[in-house]
Design a protein. Structure first.
Length: 502
């Protein structure tokens, strides 16, 4: 990491401390590690260089580094420099990689009846339209089975519809560039098998959905998380990580990043694509939330439109319009990459369900109408969740995202894991903040989806406020007095309109 980058992350590190300067510096680095802005294996500047950049004595930096080494947060080796690490009691690997929130739910077996399940951000299906579609596809399904031309690439009709939707958005696409999969997770697993070898690093954002890290670990690769800030991506950190690790694969969610809701500006997208082109990294962009813009304003260009063919692979699904009831997704990549992925898909024995593909093709013909209904519903539910938080938990901090499905909330104290346990006794299920990071980071954060019903959101937040009061009380303190200051603390605010594509 460049000393200037480290200095910007440290910010005004001395303003909140009355103790020795080295203690304040060490504390600030601890916070950056805990919040995911300094990720494991990141090389920090040498002591002399950082001291010169900060305008302090080398002794101050040396003492701070020594404290962090003793705690297991820094590791130094001759000729390799000093890198961020984690104490031995913290581990990057989950105790048991889990599909979604099932492990979290088992612990709630003896809890009160569930009032609100915030572990799930599933989008409900439009039941009436789905029933109508299912009642008319029998003949199409029979013909698709008879034709036997749906494996391993996917139903030709659906590939054509998906390609046409990309072309209509300004990204010319042919059906040969589309592979139909069983959903976003399946798409990501296929790309991991295609480009990542065991023990190789895979660059990801931090925070990130749990399934992203679980898939990497189950594949035998190593997640290389790069932290996001209050306003989105520190693109210099991402570029530095790409140059340092030169990973074969990197996963980015540029449109309504999960769980923060950030949207990457066009110029940052261009920078990222140019860097990936130089390092030989295949950028994978998750665009499954790209059509869930809830506020006025345009969207930047797709990453795939900003570089030569083969630089970016897109993964997507029909969940924005259709919901999470059908197990269908797709990958848009070069025709050569699609051919190799189809061979992997065939070898794994994981081609998609024909009925699911047929019903998806049928429903996508009215996707615009379904999306209008979805956006209206999510807009109302987002407002209900924000209103309930203002009423019952006014000290929690967040930025209202311009789209997507979740709020990424700063609790003001490192109690997310404790709160998740306490909330179960109040009938509320949560995924704690550390599930979205590595090594115990984000324990001051909580993801709250606004995909639940309006009454459920209201009741859930009310119960959550009771659980939070109990959590703070059992710790013998309050959030306002124990919280280590977040690197960029902020109050709830509407996000600025996203710049139009240029």
């Amino acid at each position: 990491m460049h000393p200037g980058q480290m200095s910007r992350l440290l910010g005004d590190w001395r303003s909140r401390s009355r103790g020795p300067a080295y203690d304040a510096l060490a504390q600030r680095v601890r916070i950056l590690i805990r919040e995911g802005l300094l990720s494991p294996d990141t090389r920090v500047p040498p002591e002399r260089t950082l001291a010169e950049q900060l305008g302090i004595s080398r002794t101050t930096v040396t003492k701070a580094y020594d404290m962090l080494r003793a705690e297991g947060r820094l590791r130094s080796a001759r000729g390799a420099g000093t890198v961020i690490t984690l104490p031995e009691q913290a581990t990057d690997r989950p105790a048991a990689p889990s599909p979604g929130a099932r492990n979290e739910r088992r612990r709630a077996a003896a809890a009160q009846p569930v009032v609100a399940d915030f572990t799930s951000d599933l989008l409900p299906v439009p039941e009436a339209r789905l029933e109508e579609a299912l009642g008319s596809i029998a003949g199409c399904v029979a013909r698709a089975f008879a034709a036997q031309d749906h494996e391993p690439y996917g139903l030709p009709e659906l590939r054509e519809i998906v390609a046409a939707r990309y072309t209509a958005r300004g990204l010319p696409t042919s059906p040969s560039q589309i592979l139909i999969t069983q959903g976003i997770r399946h798409s990501w697993q296929l790309l991991l098998r295609h480009r990542a070898r065991p023990a190789q690093r895979v660059l990801i954002e931090s925070p990130a959905p749990p399934h992203v890290m679980d898939s990497i670990l189950l594949h035998g690769a190593r997640p290389w998380p790069v932290g996001l800030g209050r306003d989105g991506w520190y693109i210099e950190l991402f570029s530095a990580a790409l140059h340092q690790a030169r990973p074969q694969l990197a996963l980015i969610t540029p449109d309504f990043q999960h769980p923060t809701g950030h949207v990457m500006p066009t110029e940052e997208r261009r920078l990222l694509v140019r860097t990936a082109l130089r390092t030989g990294t295949l950028l994978v962009a998750d665009e499954s939330a790209s059509e869930l813009r809830l506020d006025e304003g345009g969207m930047p260009e797709s990453l795939a439109a900003l570089g030569p063919e083969g630089t970016v692979a897109l993964i997507d699904s029909p969940r924005a319009a259709i919901g999470d009831g059908v197990r269908v997704g797709w990958i848009r990549a070069s025709a050569a990459t699609v051919h190799r992925l189809a061979a992997i898909n065939s070898g794994m024995g994981t081609p998609g369900s024909v009925p699911d593909q047929v019903v998806t093709a049928r429903l996508l013909t009215s996707a615009d109408r379904l999306l209008t209904e979805r956006r209206k519903s999510l807009r109302q539910r987002r407002a209900v969740l924000a209103s309930a938080l203002r009423q019952h938990l006014p000290d929690w901090r967040y930025t209202t995202p311009p789209g997507g499905t979740t709020l990424w909330v700063d609790l003001g104290a490192s109690v997310s894991s404790h709160l998740a346990t306490t909330a179960e006794r109040h009938g509320v299920r949560l995924l704690s903040g550390p599930r979205f990071g590595t090594g115990g980071t984000y324990d001051s954060r909580l993801r709250l989806p606004y995909t639940l019903g309006e009454r459920t959101l209201q009741n859930g937040v009310q119960r959550l406020a009771d659980a939070f009061a109990e959590t703070a009380g059992s710790a013998g303190t309050t959030a306002s007095t124990t919280a280590a200051p977040h690197p960029e603390s902020f109050r709830p605010a509407e996000a600025k309109p996203c710049p139009l594509a240029i």
